[in-house]
Design a protein around this ligand. Sequence first.
Ligand code: HAM
Length: 429
Amino acid sequence: MGEDQGPLRAPVGTKDVLWPESVRWEALVAEFARRAERAGFGLALTPMFEDARLFHRGIGDESEVVGKEMYEFTDRSGRTMALRPEGTAPLVRAYVQHRPAVPWKAWYVTPAFRYERPQAGRYRQHHQLGVEVLGTDDPDLDVEVIALASGFYAGLGLRRVELAVNSMGCGSCRPAYVAALRSYLDEHHDELCDEHRKRYDVNPLRVLDCKRPECRAVTEAAPLITDFLDEPCRAHLDRVRAGLDALGVEHHLEPRLVRGLDYYTRTTFEFTAVALDTAQNAIGGGGRYDGLAEAIGGPPTPGVGFGIGIERLLLACDAEGCFDVVPAAPDAFVVDLTGGECARDLVAELRDAGLMALRAYDDRSLKAQLKLADRSGAAYAVIVGPDERAAGTVTVRSMHGDGDQQTVARGDVVAHLASAVRGRAGGGS
Ligand code: HAM
């Protein structure tokens, strides 16, 4: 056994999400599913761990996500596995393996694991909502995907979200841009941050993503990819931007936007929450990855998608004071002073009838049970004392408003409450 390291706690950089905080998670995922399914996306579930080669080949060893942050381990049979650091490569792997009909539109909700330095909005296990579409390079699909994310944010009530869009070009036009950027960085190499001074030449694009002021100052005047796009990439970008304009999705062109994963081609985009601290303000991002399927051994298949960080998104909602989801209150709370059998049976009947019903346990006093009923926020208390039991009745007390009480036959109470609850939902008091 290992050494005693003190009390067991959730690992550094992870957090437990318990009720009632989890109510927002539930509502968020349900809202995302509704929107994604309306746009023809179906849920896809893939394993939490994969053969590590998937991420090495698909995302690239030069990316921080794979090169520095991936949770990689050898399993008991000696295979090198990795906990998924993101959702795109696994879905492309699933596409290549199963070859569903295209365009294949899948949505997902998944934990993602990155060994990062934990801080507010940055975790070692975070959660993403995302979509991926495989099998077409139609720019209208880029528009559809971006609009889906944008509509989702707006639907939560977020108002201060900015969308940056760029193109990473393709295998034909990007090399000339990378060469131009490399020679520009050669001239300024002494001014770069420590890390990039040593390794800017491996992938000069990474310097554009560096947040340190030294690199920022250098990249200010660096060549821009948008000046190097070939005709098809330029036309693709124009069509995407025109589509966003047509749908009223506000955005700006950000020619220095290179995302942290190396599979992107053409469209890339990132949503930032203005209300969050700039270090962790990306609440979602994505783009096209037309070479990814081939890079992992599949047929050439274009693809586009995005991932949205749930934790950061909720932080942004807090910062803007929106999407405050209140847990549902029970329809009925059964107060039983006759030993608990009636409560046991009645909550089961009420739940079977589709109502939310709670009760107290451990034979508590009337006062204690009524307090619990009150605290639960229940619309009605159903009280069963010895007299009611003997008479085959219950007392139904309205907990909101006037505290109105009625005696109802035990056999009629489920129908009575179902109709009372329907009446309340219909606007009654
Ligand atoms: P990503 O930008 O690496 O893209 O992650 C997507 C989102 O996940 C980020 O915008 C952020 O909200 C959240 N996120 C990332 N890392 C962390 C972290 N350590 N803690 C908290 N939240 C985090 C991808 O993962 C791509 N797979 C997106 C994509 C889908 N591209 C095409 N399809």
